[in-house]
Design a protein around this ligand. Structure first.
Ligand code: PRP
Ligand code: URA
Length: 209
């Protein structure tokens, strides 16, 4: 069974507190989400395999290490996952980017798919799915199902704020997928929003409300 990793570095906790604040405006919110994504992916990639190489320094030859494993693909769930892309690319500039478009039906809270475009070689890549919010877990589970249907199997999910039920939903549907979060909140309200959460991540990122 895959596990949920709670990344609780002090810088992450500090920045997550700032994005929760309703007085944090769009510009700052966007910058913080980017920084949080960068800090999270630093931890998420901790298990990347290395291989030895020889490098000539100005002094002498050195036996040293570089990343050896699969290439990385990042897959933001539209819209709010887009806010995390730049932060990840800052650390993994060679990553290819796929996109999955899902929105939650406002009445049923069920995810509705409207777009999916992955890198052509996605099956050979380690895929990191990005979405700031894991609420019911429906969107993330469906996104991972879509990715698996296209033949991909090496998948990690990165969310900034999760509900306990969202983590459980993804773990049940996709026990092979490791989930990384920066905070696990109390639960969901009647509108399936995370409590205390941060409100609507997409609207706060793009200033649409
Ligand atoms: C939000 C969020 C997740 C989803 C989480 O997106 O970014 O994708 O809800 O909820 P769930 O775990 O209950 O599925 P939303 O559907 O509001 O779309 P948006 O990003 O386009 O605003
Ligand atoms: N989507 C959000 O943006 N926030 C929530 O709390 C739940 C779903």
């Amino acid at each position: 069974m895959a596990s949920a990793h709670v990344l609780d570095h002090p810088l992450l906790q500090h920045k997550v507190s700032m994005i929760r604040d309703k007085n944090t405006g769009t510009k700052e919110f966007r910058e913080l989400v980017k920084e949080i994504a960068m800090l999270m992916v630093y931890e998420v990639t901790r298990d990347m395999p290395l291989k030895e190489v020889e490098v000539e320094t100005p002094i002498t030859m050195a036996r040293t290490k570089v990343i050896a494993g699969k290439m990385v693909g990042i897959v933001p769930i539209l819209r709010a996952g887009l806010g995390m892309v730049e932060g990840v690319l800052n650390l993994i500039p060679g990553a290819k980017v796929g996109h999955i478009g899902l929105y939650r039906d406002p009445d049923t809270f069920e995810p509705v798919e409207y777009y999916c475009k992955l890198p052509v070689d996605a099956q050979e890549r380690e895929l990191i799915v990005l979405d700031p919010m894991l609420a019911t877990g429906g969107s993330a589970s469906d996104a991972i199902t879509l990715i698996k249907k296209r033949g991909c199997s090496n998948i990690k999910l990165v969310n900034i704020i999760a509900s306990p039920e969202g983590i459980e939903t993804v773990r049940k549907a996709h026990p092979d997928v490791d989930v990384y979060v920066a905070a696990v909140d109390e639960g969901l309200n009647d509108h399936a929003y995370i409590v205390p959460g941060l409100g609507d991540a997409g609207d706060r990122l793009f200033g649409t409300k």
